[in-house]
Each structure stands twice: as C-alpha cells, then as structure tokens.
Design a protein around this ligand. Structure first.
Ligand code: MN
Ligand code: MN
Length: 296
C-alpha cells in the first residue's frame, strides 16, 4: 500500500469516527430519522469526505440496509437504533457503526455487540485465522445470552470497493485463512435476541452499479449519468429523488430490470429478534502495524 493510500484510509476513518459521534448525538427520542440521516451525510461532506454508502439507520429487528426515503416519517421513540455509516477519501473507506438503545430494555444486547468488537480487535494481528475472530465474537455474544447474526459478516475494504475479500465471520466458520500485512477490512458483530439469521424484506432504497450497459430512455440516461458519479459505490434512492423527482423511480425500475444496478432491500432478523451492531475499520500496514482507523 503506498503512503498516499494509507493516509487516505486514515483520513476516511477519522472522518467516519467524527460523523458517528455527531450522529450519536442526534439519535434521541423525538428526533426524525430522516433529518438525522441527512444531517450526518451533510456532516461527512463538511469534514472533507464523501459517503462510501448512504447513511443507514436500522431499528429493532432490522439489522442493516434501512435507508430513509425522502418522505420517511419515522420518529425516534423506543427503538434500538443501529447507525452505520461509511466515508471515502479518494476511494479509501472507513466503515463504522454503533447502536443506541432508546427503549432502556436492551442495554445488555448493545453491550454484547460492543464487547464482541473489542474482544475481536484484541486478536487482530498478522497470522490470526479468520475463524478465531468469528469464534471470539460468537463466544462473547453468547456469554451475554444472545446469538450472533451468522449470515452477516465483516469484509475487506478495497479502493472504491466496500465489500471485498476476506469475509470476517461472526461465528467460528472454520476458515483458516490468515490476516496478513497490507490489509484493510471491517469487523462488525451483530448480536440478537433472535435465532441469528437475517433475510431480505421490504422496499429496497439502496442500490449499486452492477453492469454498465447502454440505455435508450433519455430519462434513464440522465439518471444513470448521476449514478456514475457515485463511482461504483452504493447510493440512496433519496439522493436521486431529491434531484430528479419521480423520474428517478422510473429510472431505478428500468435500470434494475436491465441488471445495470443491483438493489439491497432491508435485512431483517427472521425470528423478529432485536438486533444490535458494532463496527470498526482496521488497517494492517506493510510492516504489520495494526490501526483501528475509525476509533477516535
Ligand atoms: Mn457498516
Ligand atoms: Mn461494513
């Protein structure tokens, strides 16, 4: 990894951490989920980064991929709120998440995910097998009496590539692949009161470019041009409807039918378990030094 890319990963991580702190201060009873989402996205730009993906605020049994549409009316009340955000600087990504329990009933669930992340970070060194990270997360979450979500995992962070190899499991999956020098990745334990499996459910509001292909419709072509400015990173339906109105929905439908974009519906715990998440991004440099880039 050259020095410039290394510095960009560090900068993206720092901006992510600051945006997360700001976001945490807004997740309070009575505040609007949509307004909070947009204030955080604005903050990311103000701090000198760009969103690596739209800000996700997933509540209760929704584990991930909930991204407000422009007329979302959710008000924070008694939810368990997972805030997940990503920042990129020249394509180098920081990805981080934190959970706030507004119900007062799930403090332990939040602690389980947080502690699992802390324990996992302790075993991050060159040579650690991926299964060891998974086992650490699983054992920690189980010690609180909850289950890890098994079909969500940490992931490599590439340049302009939010989900690349390796996959860092949230349970012992037997993968003996080792952490190496010159690696950037995110670790993200999810704890749940449920069985620990998520499935796609509901209206997708997050999309990503998949295959470039020519399109005929002028409306779709105009929207596609905007989508190309997101540089193959995930984007929100809301970003487009704010700019193009209902034309954006028409274009998204067409682009999805043509498999030019891929859609990501919300991921919901299938046994309706409440879910908490914690996440940090990590860089192991060429010398094997470990940096948690998204810690303040
Ligand atoms: Mn994330
Ligand atoms: Mn992630």
């Amino acid at each position: 990894m050259n020095e410039q890319i290394k510095q960009d990963f560090i900068k993206a991580g720092k901006i992510s951490a600051e945006a997360l702190e700001y976001g945490k201060s807004l997740i309070k009873k009575g505040n609007s989920l949509l307004e909070t989402t947009e204030l955080i996205e604005k903050k990311i730009f103000e701090l000198g980064g760009k969103p690596a993906f739209p800000v996700q605020i997933s509540c209760d049994d929704i584990a991930a991929h909930f991204c407000a549409i422009e007329d979302d009316t959710t008000i924070f009340e008694n939810q368990v709120v997972c805030l997940d955000l990503g920042v990129h600087v020249n394509g180098a990504i920081g990805d981080t998440a934190y959970t706030i329990d507004l119900s007062g009933k799930y403090d332990d669930l939040v602690k389980a995910a947080q502690k699992a992340l802390e324990e996992a970070l302790k075993v991050v060194v060159v040579g650690t097998e991926l299964r060891e990270i998974g086992k650490t997360i699983q054992d920690t979450i189980k010690s609180y009496g909850f289950n890890p979500v098994r079909n969500l995992s940490g992931h490599g962070l590439g340049l302009y590539d939010i989900h690349t190899s390796p996959t860092l499991p949230n349970f012992d999956n037997g993968d003996k692949t080792k952490l190496t020098k010159d690696m950037t990745f995110a670790i993200e334990p999810f704890s749940t009161t449920g069985a620990g499996v998520v499935g796609e459910k509901g209206h997708p509001t997050v999309f990503m470019m998949q295959h470039k292909k020519p399109v005929r419709s002028p409306i779709t072509r105009e929207v596609l041009k905007e989508i190309e400015s997101y540089e193959n990173l995930p984007f929100a339906e809301r970003w487009l409807t704010r700019k193009f109105g209902a034309k954006a929905n028409f274009a998204l439908r067409e682009l999805n039918q043509l498999s030019i974009i891929h859609q990501f519906p919300p991921l919901v715990e299938t046994s309706k378990g409440i879910v908490a998440q914690a996440e940090h991004s990590i860089m192991i440099d060429d010398e094997g030094n470990v940096f948690v880039t998204t810690s303040l």
